[in-house]
Design a protein. Structure first.
Ligand SMILES: NC(=O)c1ccc[n+]([C@@H]2O[C@H](COP(=O)([O-])OP(=O)(O)OC[C@H]3O[C@@H](n4cnc5c(N)ncnc54)[C@H](OP(=O)(O)O)[C@@H]3O)[C@@H](O)[C@H]2O)c1
Length: 258
């Protein structure tokens, strides 16, 4: 499907996968609608996407944990375009790596708000703008954590498992509309993810990737672009993508010793 000229809304576009997706969809000639809380970072991403060849780039503050913020964002979108062709629900991440016995309410609540309720809120607000029978896509970023739980991540794995359930429920609810819904579920990828999880502790975040060859934002972005540009009758329901050296969550081959 020709993706040039399509309107693409990316949540969490200020870093990592979202920023890389902005560049990739921009290079493909799309119109971009970028949201995140850090507006100065969005401004940088927007400039990069414009330089890459985007048809147009628009950015606005967005906090997916607030219904008011999501509604304000979508009201602003409506001043620019009557339709959104691709919605990429990417905003989210992990907070902390504590066992249930000692985990903090604030971390749990942040993860539920951004990864789970945020995805629902944004989707609800954007659904009226997605055209029927025109190859529109909702692409949700899940994780291999939604397939296999691991220690210290009960809540994070829980919200990513919930993301898969939302994707599946939307497939039922939107059946017959021609709107595609898919989940892209990455394994180990080097972004700001671990820095955020460990609250700015760069040394601890660095250890996660030490000696590994992780996925990059670009790997995820080009997969999203591929999913969105399949012919309209093709829906990638669920795509799992991992580094070659990652056999499972806990089985990562480290090529060099730190
Ligand atoms: N990296 C990995 O290994 C990995 C693997 C599987 C899945 N994932 C998932 O991939 C997605 C993107 O993560 P990433 O790896 O690219 O990490 P990242 O570099 O930390 O990016 C996370 C993005 O989400 C945004 N965000 C977080 N909370 C938000 C909120 N309340 N409202 C709006 N935007 C919010 C952040 O923007 P602001 O802070 O500016 O708001 C940022 O742009 C997340 O859903 C994450 O769970 C990551």
């Amino acid at each position: 499907m020709l993706i040039a000229g399509k309107w693409v809304f990316i949540t969490g576009a200020s870093s990592g996968f979202g920023a890389a997706a902005a560049r990739a969809f921009g290079a493909a000639g799309c119109h971009l609608l970028l949201g995140a809380r850090r507006v100065p970072k969005l401004e940088e991403v927007a400039a990069m996407a414009k330089a890459a060849g985007a048809a147009s780039v628009h950015f606005h503050a967005l906090d997916v944990s607030s219904t008011a913020s999501v509604e304000a964002f979508v009201a602003w979108v409506k001043t620019l375009t009557p339709r959104v062709d691709v919605l990429i629900n990417n905003a989210g991440g992990a907070h902390g790596l504590d066992p249930v016995a000692t985990a903090k309410d604030a971390d749990w609540e942040a993860m539920v708000q951004s990864n789970f309720l945020g995805l629902l809120r944004v989707t609800r607000a954007v659904l009226p703008l997605l055209p029927h029978d025109a190859g529109a896509s909702i692409l949700n970023i899940g994780s291999i954590a939604g397939h296999q739980a691991y220690d210290g991540a009960a809540a994070y794995c829980g919200v990513k498992a919930a993301e898969r359930s939302v994707t599946q429920a939307l497939r039922f609810e939107l059946n017959g509309t021609g709107i595609r819904v898919g989940s892209l579920d990455p394994g180990l990828a080097e972004t700001e993810f671990s820095l955020i999880r460990f609250k700015g502790d760069a040394a601890r975040a660095g250890k996660v990737y030490e000696g590994t060859v992780p996925l990059t934002g670009e790997d995820i972005a080009e997969t999203l672009l591929w999913m969105a540009s399949r012919p309209p009758h093709v829906c990638l329901d669920e795509v799992i993508i991992k580094p070659t050296d990652q056999a499972a969550i806990h089985k990562v081959y480290r090529r060099t010793k730190g």
